[in-house]
Design a protein around this ligand. Structure first.
Ligand SMILES: [Fe+2]
Length: 183
C-alpha cells in the first residue's frame, strides 16, 4: 500500500471532510514522530493516514471500529505493523499496544483534536498564530475540547517524549500542512 492507494481508498470510504483532515493531521504528526525517533517515516505516516478509514463504514460503533479498518488496510497490503497499530488504537478491543508505532498512533490521534480546537477558537481560525504556550494552557483546561483525552495524549511519555516537546512537534507538523487542513 502506498500513499496514493491509501488516499484513493479514503476517498472511496470517507465522505466527511473533517474526518479526512483529521487523518491527514495524524499522518503529519506520525511522520514528525518517525523523524524524531529515527523510524520509518513512510510507514508511520501511512499508519496515521489510514487509521480511521472505517469510521463511517462502522457508523462509529466502537465494537467494530478499527477491526474493520485493520482488515481493510491488511487487504490493501499494509504491513503487519500498520495493521496492528490500526487495530489497537481503539482500546475497546483490549489489544495491547506493543510497538513504538502502536504507541505513537495512540497518542498522536487525540493531539490533532486539541490543536485543531486551539486554532478554531482564534478570530482568524488559523494555525499559523497558535503558540505552543496556548496549546499547553488549553491542555490543562479540562472544559476546552472536553472530548479530547489528555490522558491519551500524555502517553507520549511511553515514547520517551515530554508532553511539551510532543505538543510542539505536533503543532509544527500540523502547521506544515495547514493549507491541506484548511486551517
Ligand atoms: Fe483518529
Amino acid at each position: 500500500m502506498n500513499r496514493e492507494e491509501a488516499l484513493n481508498s479514503i476517498e472511496a470510504n470517507v465522505e466527511n471532510r473533517n474526518l479526512i483532515k483529521h487523518m491527514l493531521a495524524t499522518e503529519a504528526i506520525m511522520r514528525a514522530l518517525a523523524r524524531h525517533l529515527g523510524k520509518d517515516e513512510e510507514e508511520w505516516g501511512l499508519t496515521g493516514l489510514v487509521h480511521d478509514i472505517d469510521v463511517e463504514l462502522t457508523g462509529g460503533d466502537m465494537n467494530t471500529h478499527s477491526k474493520l479498518g485493520a482488515d481493510l488496510v491488511g487487504e490493501m497490503g499494509a504491513s503487519e505493523d500498520i495493521v496492528h497499530a490500526v487495530l489497537c488504537h481503539n482500546e475497546a478491543h483490549g489489544v495491547p499496544r506493543n510497538t513504538k508505532l502502536d504507541k505513537a498512533l495512540f497518542c498522536a490521534d487525540p493531539l490533532t483534536g486539541l490543536i485543531t480546537a486551539a486554532a478554531l477558537v482564534r478570530p482568524d481560525k488559523k494555525l499559523a498564530g497558535v503558540e505552543l504556550k496556548s496549546v499547553r494552557k488549553r491542555f490543562k483546561e479540562k472544559s476546552f475540547a472536553a472530548g479530547v483525552s489528555r490522558e491519551q495524549i500524555a502517553t507520549c511519555s511511553e515514547l520517551g517524549l515530554e508532553l511539551e516537546e510532543f505538543i510542539e512537534l505536533g503543532l509544527e507538523a500540523m502547521k506544515g500542512i495547514a493549507p491541506d487542513l484548511k486551517l
